[in-house]
Design a protein around this ligand. Structure first.
Ligand code: ADP
Length: 696
């Protein structure tokens, strides 16, 4: 025997769990069948619902087909035992059990064939297949039983074959889905909070079947919608089971609206009622479950999106911190390279070759600086970190200066620069002048860069009704092919890579322009005809400045003063040296400090006109030093202090002002800007003093 066992293929050997399932099935089928046979028979009736087969069908649908023979065999044993115990003839018992097995196998096989092993009663198509199978199976078994009963002379049962089909179908439709729902792996949890809906249904059913004097069956149907809608499939199945139990007990004890019909129709009436209840509530339940599933998936997708957004924000924060550091690390050495190259090129005794080399270094370092600035600008725009500071701006002065900046380059190429300005004279509008200038320099710069001959026109118009500013930059350059126009404002887009190698550039300029213009609430677009030229047009909201006069916004030329005492604080000796060299032009007296502590010491000893303060330094940083200088009762408590920084955040803002700074000088430092910032700080300080004296 053990030899035979060892030779059997592994999959033929039933697992322990399957054997236990088969034995349990045998017992439960026997018990259910016995109740369904004996109870109605004692009442002289036929069972309105046959539940025994439903157990086996559920077991088959949850098992691989190789286990089916065993499960069907044990189910049949239970069935036969129940019939024999109920007093039926052995041959009849075997025959009835056999016809039940036809029903079971037909139903389970149809479902497995159509829906596969992953049968899911909660899917509409699977549910419909099951309903059809639950009708075909009983019809086949009824036909087989009919033949048998006819042969055995049990004519009274033969007459009720329709009742048989309905009873079996009802059993399959109520109990099997319930078992499948309970044993469904990974099914959504049963909403136990909604269990009260079943209690309501039970009470309503009890009242309708046992208490009411009128045929109020429809009230039961209405009550069934409650658990169906609140609990989905488990609610519908449990609800139908409750109605079936209460209805059956009522029918056998002579209660309920069903009893109002004539005796042979009573069972059929009850069956039809149960069947209709099932067939209407189950699809509704499945639809409910599907919508709940969708809701759950939507929620999961929303949670995922939220998590992704948090992650994106986190990495954006990391990126901007990285950028701030990089901006510092890149701009600081560039400050020295650009500045010292300029100073070196101004030396008189240079050989032509040395001058050529120095010029090349200067050109390359300026290009590198432009690229670094572009990348930093673009990253800041992308991260939404660019702050806009609208202020009253004299538009005509701004556009004229922007165009004039390109006079040397245009003259070198024999290009004409033309300004068409139709704005009202002295017009003051509110916008961020630095950002608008940045866009203009980019557009005019491109036009000059790419145009070989002809002219560049900057046209400026103002619509007083809509308070919008319209600017166009037109050139007579090579033009841009239509298929490239839409990509123009995308980052790193260059129309002709080979052409650009000659001109340089990062391909970020227009993307930055678009970012700035859109952040200002405007729009920008390009039109072009290849061989004729291009036109870049932008329009931005520019409300008229309220209460300001033209003089306010005109750039104030600070009066040049010599002998200005400046404390330059920077941990890089090269930067201090650069400032010393640049400020030599106005005869400034420079004191150097290499960190915050040295600056505080120097500020305690002598009075300065201006203090230039680097922000990031070892020992004591700029903010700490300013706090101490402002806090101490010393000679420089009220001296103007300018932040001197290469940070991406170098622009002077409310934060710096609140910390005690009076302005900022951005690195890489430019001689003009440095001198005008120093003199500007002194002149406003002088004005303050004069005002103070006037008041006194
Ligand atoms: P870049 O730094 O390369 O100039 P931009 O974003 O400013 O980057 O420009 C992208 C590309 O668009 C340029 O490389 C060039 O090919 C094309 N382009 C921009 N302006 C003009 C123009 N006025 N005429 C022809 N081509 C232009």
């Amino acid at each position: 025997m053990s030899d035979l066992k060892s030779r059997m293929p592994a999959e033929w050997r039933p697992e322990g769990r399957t054997l236990v399932l088969a034995l349990a099935l045998c017992a439960v089928v026997a018990a259910t069948a016995y109740v369904c046979i004996v109870f109605p028979r004692d009442q002289g009736r036929i069972a309105p619902i046959w539940l025994a087969n439903a157990w086996v069908v559920a077991a088959l649908l949850r098992s691989p087909t190789r286990n089916w023979p065993l499960l069907v065999g044990f189910g049949a044993l239970g069935d036969m035992a129940a019939n024999v115990l109920a007093g039926d003839h052995l041959a009849l018992s075997v025959g009835l059990a056999a016809s039940n097995q036809i029903e079971i196998i037909a139903c389970a096989w149809l479902v497995r064939w159509r829906c596969g092993p992953n049968f899911d009663i909660a899917r509409v198509s699977h549910l419909l297949t099951f309903v059809v199978a639950a009708a075909i199976g009983p019809a086949l078994s009824a036909a087989a039983a009919g033949v048998m009963l006819g042969l055995s002379g049990r004519q009274e049962i033969l007459q009720g074959l329709m009742v048989w089909i309905e009873a079996d179908a009802l059993g399959l439709l109520t109990l099997t889905p319930a078992l499948l729902v309970i044993t469904q792996k990974g099914r959504p949890p049963i909403a136990w909070r909604e269990i009260w809906t079943l209690a309501v249904l039970a009470v309503v059913s009890f009242l309708v079947f046992f208490v009411a004097r009128y045929p109020l069956l429809f009230v039961v149907s209405a009550a069934l919608t409650l658990p169906t809608w609140r609990m989905g499939l488990p609610g519908a199945v449990a609800g139908c089971a409750i109605i079936a139990v209460i209805g059956t007990v009522a029918a056998f004890t002579g209660h309920g609206p069903i009893m109002l019909t004539a005796p042979p129709d009573q069972i059929v009436g009850l069956q039809i009622f149960l069947m209709v209840s099932l067939l209407t509530s189950m699809p509704v339940a499945v639809a409910h479950d599907a919508s709940e599933g969708l809701k759950a998936r939507l929620q999961a997708a929303l949670d995922e999106a939220r998590a992704a957004r948090i992650e994106a924000e986190r990495s954006a924060a990391v990126k901007s911190e990285f950028l701030a550091n990089m901006s510092h690390e890149l701009r600081t050495p560039l400050t020295s390279v650009v500045g010292f190259t300029r100073l070196a090129s101004e030396q008189r005794d240079l050989s032509p070759l040395s001058r050529d080399y120095i010029d090349r270094v200067g050109e390359a370092s300026r290009a590198l600086l432009c690229a670094v600035n572009d990348i930093l600008d673009f990253s800041k725009l992308e991260a939404g970190q660019v702050t806009f500071r609208p202020e009253p701006v004299a538009l005509q002065a701004l556009t004229r200066t922007a165009l004039d900046m390109f006079t040397p380059q245009a003259a070198a190429k024999d290009l004409a620069l033309q300004l068409e300005d139709t704005t009202p004279t002295g017009l003051l509008v509110t916008l961020d002048p630095d950002r608008l200038r940045q866009v203009l320099l980019n557009l005019v710069g491109n036009a000059v860069k790419f145009t070989a001959q002809g002219k560049i026109t900057l046209s400026v118009a103002y619509d007083t009704a809509t308070e919008r500013l319209a600017i166009e930059v037109r050139d007579t350059g090579p033009g841009i092919p239509p298929d490239r126009l839409d990509r123009l404002f995308k980052r790193f887009s260059q129309v002709d890579g080979s052409l650009n190698r000659g001109h340089g550039g990062t391909g970020l300029g227009l993307a930055i322009c678009k970012g700035i213009v859109e952040a200002m609430g405007g729009e920008i677009a390009a039109t072009s005809v290849v061989g004729e030229g291009s036109c870049f047009a932008l329009s931005v909201p520019a409300p008229r400045a309220q209460g300001a006069t033209a003089d306010v916004a005109e750039e104030r030329q600070p009066a040049v003063r010599t002998g200005v005492k400046v404390l330059v604080t920077d941990d890089h000796a090269a930067n201090r040296e650069l400032v010393r060299l640049f400020l030599a032009a106005i005869g400034a007296e420079i004191t150097e400090a290499e960190d915050g502590e040295a600056a505080v010491r120097a500020a305690a000893e002598q009075t300065f006109d201006v203090i230039l303060m680097d922000l990031r330094m070892p020992k004591l940083d700029g903010i700490g030093a300013v706090t101490q200088i402002r806090g101490a009762v010393g000679p420089n408590q009220a001296t103007p202090i300018l932040a001197f920084t290469a940070d991406a955040e170098s622009a002077f803002d409310d934060r710096l002002q609140a910390l005690g700074f009076d302005g900022a000088v951005a690195k890489p430092v430019e001689p003009g800007r440095l001198i005008s910032a120093i003199l500007g700080a002194i002149s406003s300080d002088d004005l303050d003093e004069e005002a103070a004296r006037g008041v006194a």
